[in-house]
Design a protein around this ligand. Structure first.
Ligand code: CAO
Length: 412
């Protein structure tokens, strides 16, 4: 074992350079080239690597100190034979007395000098190294560390974003700029939930791959509403317009088979489904999920109402299984309980259409020569224009409107 002083090597003639980071502590084991210090002058950032391997016995510098070539950084208990031969001996070990010899390794290996592209950027050596090697301008990386420090995650996120942008630019899409929002005021970084990240990818893919058309319509649900309230009272259960809409959608899918279909992988064939499973978008604190209610055509309103309550409860309690969310033919996204007049839902691939439902309101409708107050339900039907023509879209929504306007007590 040999004790050796590790000193600042040739740093391009710079003197009194400020230590901005000390990267090792007593007890650390370092190897040759392990970064020990980061120095920052007004022109450059320098990492000082270790010239030897061993155990750090003492650290002689701290952040804010000014150093020049030859300043002692630390005392190392060397483990390499070569180092032992060339070490400047601080004190004898095992009573062996060796004459001090300057370390040629230190004297001859100048440190890598990384030009400071922006002296005001705060970042550690690892970040600076990544930035240097990947030719990244650190001024473009949004910092999330204390005192606007750029962390390793920040630069990795920046690289990920650039890769995603590069991937999307391959599709001819313009690249969105990266903005450092903290420059304009205080911000908080919040990670997206797992569900949001997953559904976000799918929504983005569907938005890009499907040529969407959204057809708007309105249904007069005055009679339906009277019937709904009566049934709700009678059965003492949660019975919302959505259950009626699901029933009518199942019947529309039967009447318009191209809506109950998916394109095959080649894109040349339509797979027509003979079952009627409907996905219902459920809003949960973690994000949007779409459980599937099976065989809607075969179930009654009350049965569907109960199943919808169970499934939305399950969704909100994060108890849905993958199976619960598979096999849908068509989706319904109902924002009617919240508000809004219309929206453009995104088709849930490999389905080819989705119905958006907004909040019903009483409107003056012109009937038989006069305006009468009617409860109108706004509908938004988005569909894949590769599979469905505009005329069929209009026919489908007209069918829905007509069926929803019918006298419901005749149907039970
Ligand atoms: N017009 C007027 N009122 C409506 C309505 C409509 N279109 N739809 C529902 N309502 C009423 C209901 O009748 C209920 O009132 P009552 O208790 O007095 O009957 C109230 O609004 C709340 O309904 P709800 O939202 O709890 O129940 P629902 O069956 O309509 O919907 C569910 C269930 C799970 C779909 C819904 O709670 C939900 O999560 N919706 C959001 C879906 C979503 O986020 N879609 C966006 C996808 S795109 O990002």
């Amino acid at each position: 074992m040999t004790i050796k002083n590790i000193t600042v090597p040739d740093i391009g003639g710079a003197t009194d350079v400020v230590v901005i980071e000390v990267l090792v502590k007593v007890g650390d084991t370092v190897k040759v080239d392990t970064s020990l210090l980061t120095l920052e002058s007004d022109k450059a950032t320098m990492e000082v690597p270790s010239s030897d391997e061993g155990l750090v016995k003492e650290v002689k510098v701290k952040v804010g100190d000014k150093v020049s070539q030859g300043s002692i950084i630390l005392v190392l208990e060397c483990t390499s034979v070569e180092a032992a031969k060339t070490a400047v001996i601080e004190k004898p070990v095992n009573n062996a007395v060796t004459a001090p010899v300057p370390s040629p390794a230190l004297a001859s290996t100048p440190v890598e000098v990384v030009p400071v592209t922006n002296a005001s950027v705060h970042a550690g050596p690892v970040v600076r190294k990544i930035a240097h090697e990947l030719d990244i301008d650190l001024k473009k990386v949004a910092p999330t560390g204390p005192k606007q420090r750029i962390l390793k995650e920040d630069i990795l996120n920046y690289v990920k974003a650039r890769l995603a942008q590069a991937a999307s630019s391959g599709t001819g899409l313009p690249v969105a700029p990266t903005v450092d929002f903290a420059k304009f005021g205080s911000v908080e970084v919040q990670a997206l939930s797992r569900i949001k990240k997953l559904s976000g990818k799918n929504l983005h893919r569907n938005w890009l791959l499907i040529p969407h058309i959204t057809q708007f319509g309105e249904a007069d649900i005055t009679e339906l509403e009277a019937f709904r309230l009566e049934q709700k009272e009678k059965h003492g259960i949660k019975l919302t317009p959505l259950v009626f809409i699901m029933k009518v959608v199942a019947s529309a899918l039967e009447a318009f088979p191209q809506f109950n279909a998916s394109l095959d992988a080649s894109g040349d064939n339509l797979i027509l489904k003979k079952y009627f499973h409907i996905g219902v978008a459920v809003d949960t604190p973690e994000g949007l999920v779409v459980p599937v209610i099976r065989d809607v055509d075969k179930k009654g309103l009350i049965e569907l109402a109960k199943e919808l309550s169970i499934v939305s409860e399950k969704a909100r309690n994060k108890q849905l299984t993958a199976n619960d969310m598979q096999g849908g033919c068509f989706s319904i996204s109902s924002l009617g309980g919240i508000g809004g007049t219309a929206f453009t839902p995104i088709v849930n691939m490999p389905e080819v259409a989705i119905l958006g439902v907004s909040k019903s309101s009483i409107k003056p409708i012109y009937q038989e020569g006069q305006f009468v107050p009617r409860l109108m339900l706004p509908l938004s039907l988005s569909y894949d224009h590769r599979v469905i023509d505009g005329a069929d879209g209009a026919r489908f929504i007209t069918y829905l409107s007509t069926r929803l306007s019918e006298t419901w007590n005749l149907l039970l």
